[in-house]
Write a protein that binds this ligand. Structure first.
Ligand SMILES: CC(C)(COP(=O)(O)OP(=O)(O)OC[C@H]1O[C@@H](n2cnc3c(N)ncnc32)[C@H](O)[C@@H]1OP(=O)(O)O)[C@@H](O)C(=O)NCCC(=O)NCCS
Length: 149
């Protein structure tokens, strides 16, 4: 396959099948199609994809409410990792809300790659949500956007 420059763009309803495939490959509890549709239709949601070679390699979602962003999903196809895709998607999603003051997200304490990524972007651990995933706690990580400006 010829390498094409990845295209970062908003997710569209026609991307849903690919998004669900990426989700299923990457996350232990992928969203159902119903959840994806609700998120895409939400006025508070902002979903981006990286498209290359006619397919979706990576995706991110955030929700914006009352000055705060919440990262709802992030996934990069296993064979496309360590190319800066997650970082680029997250920065683009955060950049779409210049008025936001803080970003929150939950991550499994055992998810070392994701924690390393978030720490590199400036997130710090600010709490722990007991049994958030049912089988595991979540670390709450926060990025202070005002301090970064
Ligand atoms: C976590 C995830 C999104 C990272 O995607 P990615 O595109 O590979 O991340 P990037 O290339 O932008 O990584 C940026 C930096 O994060 C850190 N990082 C990312 N993956 C890492 C790993 N496996 N081990 C150590 N550090 C890692 C590194 O500092 C990396 O910079 P470097 O490659 O120059 O060393 C990807 O591994 C993934 O989809 N995992 C499964 C889904 C998931 O866990 N989502 C997050 C749920 S909270």
């Amino acid at each position: 396959m010829r390498e094409t420059r990845p295209l970062l763009r908003p997710m569209e309803p026609s991307d849903l099948a690919s998004a669900i495939e990426v989700d299923t490959l990457c996350l232990p509890r992928p969203w159902s199609e119903t959840v994806w549709r609700e998120e895409l239709e939400s006025p508070f949601g902002h979903y981006l994809v990286l498209e290359e070679g006619g397919g979706i390699s990576a995706q991110v979602g955030v929700r914006y409410l009352a000055d705060e962003l919440h990262v709802t999903t992030l996934a990069v196809r296993p064979e496309r990792r360590r190319r800066g895709y997650a970082s680029a998607l997250l920065e683009a999603a955060l950049g779409a809300f210049p008025e936001a003051r803080r970003v929150h997200l939950e991550v499994r304490p055992t998810n070392a790659p994701a924690i390393a990524l978030y720490e590199r972007l400036g997130f710090v651990v600010t709490g722990r949500r007991r049994r958030y995933y049912g089988d595991e706690d979540a670390l709450l990580m926060t990025l202070d956007l005002e301090a970064r400006r």
